[in-house]
Design a protein around this ligand. Structure first.
Ligand code: AMP
Length: 121
């Protein structure tokens, strides 16, 4: 299945520069910016430039871009001083309404800078 670019998608608008973003990292395939409602001292969203509704769809459509997404998330964590050797961070990919996904453009949350609890809510 192939997903067309969605002119109404919020994260597509951020990627295109039509909505302002606090950008922290960018590659040919990925784009990363600070979440407007941070849930931790560091809270960055890493998204593929390609419009697909969730990470599972990205793996199916363009697996090499899923690898690029996770590589970008790791680089963001390193930049933010959150690499595993520095204490670590959490990556979250809410997938579907039961998981409280609210923006249906694939993304991973990179969260860190405070102790995390388990299980997540
Ligand atoms: P999710 O609920 O997993 O789909 O995550 C979507 C995230 O997008 C939420 O954490 C929102 O706070 C965040 N968000 C919504 N609008 C913006 C925006 N304009 N810039 C940055 N983050 C946003």
């Amino acid at each position: 299945m192939s997903y067309a670019a969605d002119p109404d998608c919020l994260f597509c608008k951020l990627v295109r520069g039509e909505v302002p973003a606090d950008v922290v990292h960018a590659t040919d395939a990925t784009f990363a910016f600070r979440d407007v409602q941070p849930q931790a001292p560091t809270h960055v969203l890493v998204v593929p430039r390609r419009h697909v509704p969730d990470v599972a769809s990205l793996v199916a459509e363009a697996p090499q871009e899923a690898v690029a997404l996770f590589a970008a998330a790791a680089e963001v964590a390193r930049q933010e001083g959150l690499a595993a050797a520095d204490g670590g961070y959490r990556m979250v990919a809410n997938t579907g309404p039961a998981a409280q996904q609210s923006v249906f453009h694939a993304h991973v949350h990179v969260l860190g800078g405070r102790p995390m609890t388990w299980p997540p809510g």
